[in-house]
Design a protein around this ligand. Structure first.
Ligand code: FMN
Length: 184
């Protein structure tokens, strides 16, 4: 039997509904260049663009995670957008391979970015951010990150994003329409 939620939707309804919301997969990473033993990171899909002025993004983290605890102390982080080649990195940083803490960074090629936070060299793009605001709600915290630096992979590499949908990792399907380069 599914658990009723205060809103009337059940927990099962919530999980099933959200499993149909396809999302790009990223790794949020935090810690200082001079202290790699203190690096922490986790796989996320809850990332979105907020605004270009000032350049900002939103990421939602469970406030019980080790990465969030470290991020509260360090206040700087990276968002590394994964390619379909890095499904192993996604699994490792989601805790699906039984690897935790700093040891996760042996999966993938990590370096220190402009702010000194860990940056994945194979990422489609990496955003380095300072925490601008935090809003806690239920089990999660919504963080607004002020983007200080952006690294982009060479588009000629032909890398495609890693997508998570219905409990599975996917590559990008065939394009079936275009916005002609415009976004709202
Ligand atoms: C595909 C996928 C997406 C995830 N997205 C999020 C997310 O957006 N926010 C979140 O808090 N946890 C998310 N998780 C769960 C974390 O990656 C997982 O709990 C992680 O092990 C936390 O690590 P930590 O406690 O060492 O920081 C996701 C897991 C998977 C497999």
């Amino acid at each position: 039997m599914s658990t009723a939620m205060p809103s009337g939707a059940t927990l099962e309804d919530f999980r099933l509904g959200m499993s149909r919301l396809a999302g790009g997969v990223s790794v949020v990473a935090t810690g200082a260049a001079e202290d790699p033993a203190g690096w922490r990171g986790m796989t996320v899909t809850a990332v979105c663009s907020l605004c270009a002025e000032p350049p900002s993004l939103v990421v939602c983290l469970n406030h019980g995670t080790g990465t969030y605890a470290r991020l509260r102390q360090h206040t700087q982080f990276s968002v590394n957008v994964l390619t379909s080649h890095d499904v192993g990195v996604a699994q490792t940083f989601a805790g699906l391979r039984g690897v935790f803490g700093q040891e996760r960074f042996s999966s993938g090629d990590w370096t220190s970015g402009t702010l000194g936070v860990p940056v994945l060299t194979s990422a489609l793009t990496s955003f380095e951010c300072r925490v601008a605001q935090i809003l806690e709600h239920g089990t999660h915290a919504l963080l607004i990150g002020h983007i200080e630096a952006i690294h982009r992979a060479d588009s000629e590499q032909g890398a495609e994003p890693l997508i998570y949908h219905s409990q599975g990792f996917h590559g990008l399907g065939t394009e079936i329409g275009s916005t002609g380069g415009t976004t709202a």
